[in-house]
Write a protein that binds this ligand. Structure first.
Ligand code: GLA
Length: 404
């Protein structure tokens, strides 16, 4: 009898520990979509901003287009934990408290995201999670948090994989499904180790609102759109449903030209990137709003096959061709003119037999003629039975879907 009890007890321990040691599966089968405060507001976050952003996400049509998470980035905290070691929301910025804010967000059919850091302090100097992971995860669960962005400042000599795994286990133990967004900037190649730990991982340092610049801040740089997409090569095979490469939150509506914003959105969709807007949703221009809710482009990002685009060609005139296999044998193609001049393209489908080694799909326009839809103008551009010719303005794209 005693040995039977021992066997049962050890089986229970095994079941309990195995269920604690995995992420919550299936929370991000397509790349997460939402909004994050950092790019526009940095440390100027408060309860009014978040409530107004929730309302704007609905009135702008973004919620209907699929945006879901409203994420408060750094600086929501008081400077110290309380006597029991709990994190405290800054009472001046969030007088109603995080639980009430979460209730408001949920009452509008949206989800609540928050930021903290795997190190001892956040990048802005607020209390980090190191050593408090299980306590913090319980607090987040009690607030109704659905998405946790977890940064990597002040990590000292900590090992990234172990540290993020600890927080994953803490979230699991707290019992509330939370999308876990790893933000260590690609420094320790999270694409190689984070698939079972997080649902998305940053692959690059911080983005900034320019087309192709690097802004040097001394010990670190922030990067424009082109630099961001060029920074990591050969990692598309690591992305897929529930585990995405994350090239950072979007800079659309923050000062680039409309052509550049259109390119930015198209490329993020091609890369199956999380679509996290970073602009002020409360007073964006109509043209910006229209970019952010372009359903055809979003459908490319959210395609259930979940394959990140490949860069198929890059010619001397500065036009890159990106290709993304979609479900049911369809394809998205993005001709991206990163040059300073307008460029002509004349793409001969019959000369381009495209084979993708990640999805194992091939685009064979000899055996199958596709119809071509322009995803920005919504025009039908004919079929793959003849060359696709177009002028593409500087820093703009022609993004099409090949439809069966
Ligand atoms: C890091 C992250 C940013 C933002 C800031 C906040 O730099 O990469 O996205 O969260 O911290 O301090």
């Amino acid at each position: 009898m005693r040995s039977l009890l021992k066997v049962v007890a050890s089986m229970l321990i095994m079941i309990a520990s195995s269920s604690f040691s995995q992420k919550f599966d299936g929370l991000a089968l397509t790349p997460p979509m939402g909004w994050n405060s950092w790019n526009t507001f940095a440390c100027n976050v408060d309860e009014a901003l978040i409530r107004q952003t929730v309302d704007a996400m609905i009135s702008s049509g973004m919620k209907d287009a699929g945006y879901e998470y409203v994420v408060i980035d750094d600086c929501w905290e008081a400077m110290e934990r309380d006597a029991a070691g709990n994190l405290v929301a800054d009472p001046n910025k969030f007088p109603s408290g995080m639980k009430a804010l979460g209730d408001y967000i949920h009452s509008k059919g949206l989800k609540f995201g928050i930021h903290n850091c795997a190190g001892t302090k956040t990048c802005a100097g607020y209390p980090g999670g190191r050593g408090h992971e299980f306590q913090d995860a319980l607090l987040y669960a009690s607030w109704g948090i659905d998405f946790l962005k977890y940064d990597w400042c002040s990590h000292g000599t900590a090992n990234s994989e172990e540290t993020y795994r600890t927080m994953r286990d803490a979230i699991r133990a707290a019992g509330r499904p939370i999308v876990f967004s790893i933000c260590e900037w690609g420094d320790t190649k999270p694409w190689e180790w984070a698939k079972d730990i997080g649902h998305l991982w940053r692959i690059t340092g911080d983005i900034t609102d320019c087309f192709d610049c690097e802004i040097n801040h001394g010990t670190w740089s922030s990067w424009g759109i082109v630099k961001t997409i060029e920074m990591r090569k050969g990692i598309r095979q690591y992305a897929g449903p529930d585990h995405w490469n994350d090239p950072d939150m979007m800079e659309i509506g923050r000062g680039m030209t409309l052509n550049e914003d259109r390119s930015h959105f198209s490329l993020w969709a091609m890369l199956a990137a999380p679509l996290i807007a970073g602009n002020d949703l409360r007073n964006m221009k109509k043209e910006i709003n229209e970019i952010l809710i372009n359903k055809d482009v979003i459908a490319v990002d959210q395609d259930s096959l979940g394959v990140q685009a490949l860069k198929y060609s890059d010619n001397e005139s500065g036009v890159e061709v990106w290709i993304k296999p979609l479900k049911n044998g369809e394809w998205a193609i993005c001709f991206f003119n990163k040059s300073e001049q307008k460029q002509k393209i004349d793409f001969d489908w019959s000369k381009n037999y495209i084979s993708d080694d990640v999805s194992k799909n091939t685009l064979n326009t000899k055996d199958h003629v596709y119809s071509i839809k322009d995803l920005w103008t919504k025009k039908n551009l004919g079929t793959t039975g003849k060359n696709l010719s177009a002028d593409i303005p500087s820093h703009d794209v022609l993004m099409v879907r090949l439809m069966k």
